[in-house]
Design a protein around this ligand. Structure first.
Ligand code: DX5
Ligand code: ZN
Length: 227
């Protein structure tokens, strides 16, 4: 099933609750929540209090992307705040296997994110431990960047790796995805699409409709069963 995961980094925080509601009413399943510590990535975004406050009024799947040093320290905090999925940067974890299992032991889904230059081999011994792989199509830290083209080959390689290992995890792609390039990303093998600027920039409802239109034409072109 193809899922859109709007990134609230691009939202207007002065009316965040209202904008999350629009996302939910549009039938979008995921909300991508970019936590940045100003150390692992150059900028600071927000912490768990923001999640706690929007959790009260939302049933969306909270797809929390921790762009922080040693995220193992904060798994419990973000679980308590209402995360459903916690994705960590492989490069930020001294003990990645242990971090993944801490997330799963708390009953959450575990994702691993790879920066543009990080090899897929990093995943070789955890392919059956993870629920999702996030392929960064920009260098993390900011919204509104341009999609890095060689990400498409990386997604295809990951898809092949998963098939060979008979591993079943979602493939999420994040950064610079628009209604115009999303078809390429889906064709390469992604099924969870993060988008910030192309959802929150302008009319949110209209932007979501255009993504859904792109998803429908992809499915029609590729006869993908929407399982
Ligand atoms: C970047 C974040 C992305 C970003 C996506 O570090 O992980 O989720 O917010 O924003 P756009 O879609 O504007 O590139
Ligand atoms: Zn993200």
């Amino acid at each position: 099933m193809i899922k859109l995961a709007p990134s609230i980094l691009a939202a207007d925080f002065s009316i965040l609750g209202k904008q999350v509601k629009i996302i939910e009413e549009a039938g979008v399943p995921y909300l991508h929540i970019d936590v940045m510590d100003g150390s692992y990535v150059p900028s600071i975004s927000f912490g768990s209090p923001i999640i706690t406050s929007i959790r009260k009024n939302s049933k969306l799947v909270f797809d929390v992307h921790l762009m922080v040093e040693e995220p193992i320290r904060m798994i419990q905090e973000f679980k308590d705040a209402g995360a459903d999925i916690i994705t960590v940067q492989a490069e930020a974890c001294t003990h990645l296997h242990k971090t993944i299992h801490q997330i799963k032991d708390l009953g959450l889904k575990a994702g691993v994110s790879l920066n543009p230059s990080t090899s897929l081999n990093t995943l070789d011994y955890i392919l059956h431990d993870i629920d999702m792989v996030l392929i960064m199509s920009v260098n993390p830290g900011y919204g509104g960047q341009v999609f890095i083209p060689n990400t498409l080959q990386k997604i295809r390689d990951l898809k092949e790796k998963a098939l060979k290992a008979n591993a079943t995890f979602d493939i999420e792609v994040d950064g610079g995805i628009t209604q115009d390039n999303v078809n390429e990303v889906l064709k390469a093998g992604a099924n969870v699409i993060v988008s910030g600027t192309s959802v929150f920039g302008g009319d949110i409802r209209d932007n979501i409709d255009r993504f859904n239109q792109a998803f429908r034409s992809f499915k029609k072109e590729n006869e993908v069963m929407d399982g």
